[in-house]
Design a protein around this ligand. Structure first.
Ligand code: XMP
Length: 516
């Protein structure tokens, strides 16, 4: 994003909620960026933020290794809001006193508003609101010039300010849903105190991004690996809007895609969006290499390497290429750099890892600063159908890691057909878009059954269906029995070679979402 964009900078002290703060600010239509706490003072000043939020974090300010910032950050004349550890650090650096409290406060608490001038504008003085606390230490003495603007039973300085300097602190977490009016508090900070206006929209992002891509690419050429997933597809459509035929997208059928996937995604990109797409059916090459392979890590490696080979060959036919476009998202970028600092390496996209170096390409990543929800919104703005934008995640190594045993064409077909039935039934019953993932796994065992007068000895399909926010943790879904029954009936009747369906009732952790 260009420097003229009004922005709030969030300095990360290692809180699990840092990304949430950024998302809340953006949901209020103000652009926000996360930076490691140890960003240099000059770089921070160069970002020209309208306001700075200091995140929470697991440290204690008086520890020797505590993450701290330079004191002159507080002298920049830029409004600052410290959250939890961020507030304690503010007190500590400005010569107040922070001390361990004998009672750790964790969970919901009642916050009583004492002053509704600025941070609590729109609240009533004396009003009690629910907030989420999670701290051991707390401010015991405020720095000079500071006063309390809210308190709780356990915490006399639950929200503080130095209004003259525009420095604020809250001991609770306004960014989490357990602080129901937290958004209002954050908006008071970003709009009333920092003076931002709500202009950050995906429409404005698209326009700006198109200009930036044009300026950067000039008359050079770009290739994009389309996986059929949301991020790479939206990236391809956006970049196509910017540079048209200078972009070539490559979509490889690796033989382990879902039923009809290759044709339906290629058709959509070519016919509806007129993307310059090379659709390569390399399924036989992949299947030959995968034949009989049992070890999931081996399957992943084979698929990843062969993808690079196919991609490299296809790109070789296009003449000189300068850029590789990827749908890298903000969480991939900040996960690795934010708290560990600028020296940490950035995670590369698993499907094309190693490609940029091998082919000597510059990366073009228009969504490096965006969250998944924002990419979905862009897709919607660009006219990509809803059912595509909200499709469930699908792993790069595809059906290969859902066959718990050696990959072979017969089992792949069993799995692909069973999976298609599950998708169909979940869609028909209005469940597909409500869950994180719902899919079939083929177990490497045979069980006995009876069909007519015959005993059968056939395969087992496990149905996996989970809800999750980000795939890091997940709960199995309470799918109604009649839907489970219908799916089981259909798979056993329609997929020859399967005589039993079971439902996976394990959560993550300790289980994982995929079985391999
Ligand atoms: P697990 O099984 O680790 O899955 O609980 C978490 C999320 O990651 C997806 N997943 C993968 N995606 N390549 C991918 O692109 C993989 O090898 C892979 N393994 C798991 C999984 O589908 C879930 O959404």
């Amino acid at each position: 994003m260009s420097l003229e964009q009004e922005k709030i900078v969030i300095l990360d002290f290692g809180s699990q909620y840092t990304q949430l703060i950024a998302r809340r600010v953006r949901e209020s239509k103000v652009y926000s960026e996360i930076h490691p706490f140890n960003i240099s003072f000059e770089k921070l000043a160069g970002l020209n933020p309208r306001g700075i939020i200091l995140s929470g974090g697991p440290s204690n300010v008086y520890d020797e290794a505590a993450p701290i910032i330079e004191k002159r950050v507080f002298e920049m004349g830029i409004p600052i809001l410290g959250i939890c550890y961020g507030m304690q650090l503010t007190c500590h650096l400005l010569e107040g006193k922070v001390e361990p409290h004998n009672k750790r406060e964790y969970g919901k608490a009642d916050l009583v508003i004492d002053n509704n001038d600025d941070l609590f504008k729109g609240f009533s003085s004396g009003e009690a609101i629910q907030v989420w606390m999670s701290h051991g230490d707390r401010a015991a003495e405020l720095p000079s010039g500071f006063e309390a603007v809210a308190h709780s039973d356990n915490c006399p300085y639950a929200a503080v300010r130095n209004a003259a300097k525009g420095i604020y602190g809250v001991q609770f977490h306004p960014e989490v849903v357990h602080t129901p009016r937290g958004v209002q508090i954050l908006e008071n900070f970003i709009f009333n105190i920092c003076g931002c206006s709500p202009t950050w929209t995906m429409k404005s992002f698209i326009q700006q991004s198109i200009e930036e891509i044009r300026a950067r690419v000039g008359d050079r050429k770009v290739i994009c690996g389309c996986s059929g997933g949301v991020d790479s597809t939206v990236a391809a459509v956006l970049i196509d809007k910017a540079i048209g035929k200078q972009l070539t997208s490559i979509f490889v059928d690796n033989g382990v895609l879902r039923k009809n996937e290759f044709v339906s995604v290629s058709t959509m990109l070519k016919d509806a969006f007129h993307i310059n797409l090379v659709a390569v059916d390399a399924s036989q090459r992949f299947l030959k290499l995968l034949d009989g392979v049992e070890d999931p890590e081996k399957k992943r490696k084979i698929i990843g390497n062969e993808f690079i080979n196919v991609f490299d060959e296809e790109a070789g036919k296009l003449g000189t290429i300068d850029f590789l476009a990827q749908g890298t998202l903000y969480p991939d970028v900040i996960e690795s750099v934010s708290f560990k600092g600028p020296s940490a390496t950035i995670k590369s996209h698993h499907n094309v890892g190693g490609l940029p170096e091998k082919m000597n390409l510059e990366l073009l990543e228009p969504f490096r600063e965006l969250f998944k929800d924002e990419v979905r919104e862009i897709g919607k703005e660009l006219g990509i159908p809803d059912e595509f934008i909200h499709r469930q995640p699908f792993p790069g190594p595809g059906l290969a890691i859902r066959i718990l045993g050696p990959v072979n064409p017969v089992d792949l077909e069993l799995l692909r057909e069973s999976d298609a039935i599950i998708i169909e039934e979940f869609k028909a019953n209005d469940l597909y878009y409500k869950v994180w993932q719902s899919f079939a796994v083929l177990l490497p065992v045979k069980t006995v059954g009876v069909m007519g007068d015959e005993r059968t000895y056939e395969k087992v399909i496990a149905l996996r269906c989970v809800e999750s926010r980000d795939g890091m943790t997940a709960d199995w879904v309470n799918v109604p029995y009649d839907i489970l029954g219908k799916i089981s009936n259909r798979i056993i009747n329609e997929v020859k070679g399967v005589n039993r369906v079971v439902y996976d009732i394990s959560s993550k952790p300790p289980s994982t979402i995929e079985w391999e």
